[in-house]
Write a protein that binds this ligand. Structure first.
Ligand SMILES: NC(=O)c1ccc[n+]([C@@H]2O[C@H](COP(=O)([O-])OP(=O)(O)OC[C@H]3O[C@@H](n4cnc5c(N)ncnc54)[C@H](OP(=O)(O)O)[C@@H]3O)[C@@H](O)[C@H]2O)c1
Length: 314
């Protein structure tokens, strides 16, 4: 990344330690937008989005074109007991950012979630579908969406995604690989239908929407995933298959299907949270790889990281 150039406008990235932010940072220099804009990433310790003073002190006035807010409290079970922290990060933070953006004539891309929906349908959620969150995480994310759209009706977009994973973050893929290496068998839920999303593909779509915001031509809401419709069980099976073929796993273990009623979770989760991404596909040159291919790319990245750090895990 180049230091801030006086001739370039700025894209601010919040929550830069997170999965999506890390993928945006990785993609940045090869993306056309880097010719006209400088990316300024802020980690939580550099910019706490729940603190409006920290926002006005740290963000450069007048020069910001777009804020990409990936910062969030993402622990879905933890949200049920840490309601205030979750509310502050997922609702208050985006509200502060949108107020700042309004004053500065900047745009905001707010990343949101499939968990704004209740899951009581069986076909992919359209961008116009009515949200009805059933857990604290979804509720706070929905309130964040509403406040962003209220403060910045013309200059914001909401990008909803689901089952996000990357090679390094805390996510289902890494949890499965860890459990598949250490356990003799696994039970995985097969009655919650999801659509996995690689942070690489989401990063690409995030920058496409950022460009549209700059042009003043972005839509209110976008949905993005990698096009799969599957259960967590199906996802686990694919992770095992690909993990074995790439040498990330050394033995196959039995994986058993269980229902949500057999596997008590602190937070209630939608039974079906697939979102319809066709509008996003029609609007941009989106990544075209299947969800299986996206998973394979991320897992290959892990094998390369392991090769670079042979002592990791010893
Ligand atoms: N992960 C998923 O499965 C999933 C699914 C659907 C939608 N999403 C949405 O996608 C976006 C990106 O998710 P992700 O998986 O990349 O998240 P992530 O890896 O959990 O990263 C979130 C980042 O935000 C930071 N953060 C938390 N509170 C903050 C605050 N008050 N001020 C500034 N930064 C703060 C976190 O820092 P600390 O780690 O230090 O707290 C972390 O670096 C989020 O909006 C999330 O709601 C995620």
């Amino acid at each position: 990344m180049n230091p801030t150039s006086p001739s370039k406008k700025i894209i601010v990235l919040t929550g830069s330690g997170g999965q999506l932010s890390q993928s945006i940072i990785k993609l940045w220099s090869s993306h056309p937008i880097s010719a006209t804009h400088t990316l300024l990433p802020f980690s939580k310790s550099q910019l706490d989005i729940t603190d409006s003073k920290s926002i006005s002190l740290n963000l450069p006035n007048q020069k910001v074109d777009v804020l990409i807010n990936t910062a969030a409290y993402t622990d879905v079970n933890g949200a049920e007991s840490n309601q205030e922290i979750c509310y502050n990060a997922n609702c208050l933070g985006p509200t502060h950012l949108s107020k700042w953006a309004k004053n500065q004539n900047a745009n905001l891309l707010q990343v949101s979630t499939d968990f704004v929906f209740d899951g009581n349908i069986s076909t992919p959620y359209d961008v116009c579908a009515t949200p009805n969150p059933i857990n604290m995480y979804g509720l706070t994310k929905r309130k964040g969406e509403l406040n962003v759209m209220k403060e910045l009706p013309q200059n914001s977009s909401i990008l909803r995604t689901s089952a996000l994973y990357s090679s390094n973050g805390k996510n289902f893929v890494n949890t499965m690989l860890e459990l598949m290496s250490t356990r003799d068998q696994l039970s995985v839920i097969d009655d919650q239908i999801i659509s996995p999303t690689s942070s690489n593909s989401l990063a690409s779509v995030s920058l496409s929407i950022t460009e549209k915001l700059i042009e003043g031509a972005a839509k209110k809401i976008y949905h993005w995933n990698d096009g799969g419709i599957l259960s967590w069980y199906d996802f686990a099976i694919e992770i095992q298959k690909e993990g074995l073929s790439l040498g990330l796993l050394t033995r196959r273990i039995p994986i058993k299907k269980v229902s949500s009623s057999d596997y008590k979770s602190v937070a209630q989760r939608p039974a079906y949270s697939v979102m319809d991404r066709r509008e996003t596909l029609a609007d941009f040159a989106c990544p075209e790889e299947s969800w299986q291919k996206q998973l394979s790319i991320v897992l290959k990245g892990k094998t390369e990281n392991n090769a670079r750090s042979p002592n990791d895990g010893l």
